[in-house]
Design a protein around this ligand. Sequence first.
Ligand SMILES: O=C(O)CCC(=O)C(=O)O
Length: 352
Amino acid sequence: MSEQADVRRAHDARGSAAAEPAGPGVIEPVYVHVERFAPGSVESVAYLQEHGYVVIANALSPQEAARGLDLAWDYLEELGTGIDRSDWTTWGDDRWPTSVHGGILPGHGIGHCAAQWFIRSVPAVKAAFAAIWQDDDLLVSFDGMALWRPWALNEAWRTNRGGSWLHIDQHPITRPGLQCVQGLISLLPTSPATGGNVLIPGSHRTFEKIAEAYPERLGRVPLEVDHFRFPADDPLLTGTPPIMCHLEAGDLLLWDSRTIHCSSGSLEAPAAEAALLRAVSLICMMPRRLSSPEVLEKRRKAVERVTSTTNWTDRFINADRFPQILAEPNPERFRRPDPPVLNDYQRRLVGW
Ligand SMILES: O=C(O)CCC(=O)C(=O)O
């Protein structure tokens, strides 16, 4: 059965059509329950290779996911801006850390907060990546998190809707072939009402055609930038609908960086409850052998300096230099976490 038929079948079975359209021309995702695989299983790697994504079941146990969420709230409260997890009226933009597209919090020390180090140190997470790379000497990204506030309580908290920022995170000319597998661990169960990650199954196989299909658009992307954004109403993307995979708390969603993806807010109206709608830890692991001594040195310094990065571990990209963070008039108002005290397992993941 084709990817498209699979998706349609799942969509029809769930009947989870959008409560309202994403916007003129914006591609509508469908919510699907796909097969979930054991961390490190041969089957998970085969599925990833074929479909460009895979869901790993319970990389974190439900208890570990709950602990991760608790620690994420500690990070928010310890920023010192007055956020209180038990009072949603304190979750406003005046106190919340700077976010980028899709409600991602990339900077202000989040890449080294206790939540991120706790989550990335759970052994099943590394096992999932090690099976893909056939190598367990891996480095971890110092990525951020996406923590979505309940927009039913404040419409301004609604994140980008539908397939409005579909992109790939790999330059089609300078980074040919499989180079990176990105991931996120969901700390909460998802539903059409929460929204979540969106991706186009099998689209990693169209990567080689991007340079030919979008010469002008790609020409505007510097060769060292691993990001290509598709037009929101791109007619070339209407063939296979994007999917939003159901995730249980603790599931790890992995996708090839060539797979077209983004995130979308709620497909159905959520309840007006004072709780996060979505909480995910962004995570990526790549083999140490791909990183130069200079990159390893910068990564070790990033721990002392509490510097967050993007998904890449073979290149050092400081996420505190994202334009949205640089535009923050007073970054010092966010108290960064103290440098983490790492154990041997974690130090190896850095590059010691
Ligand atoms: O939050 C998401 O699911 C989208 C993440 C994403 O687009 C990225 O990390 O490149």
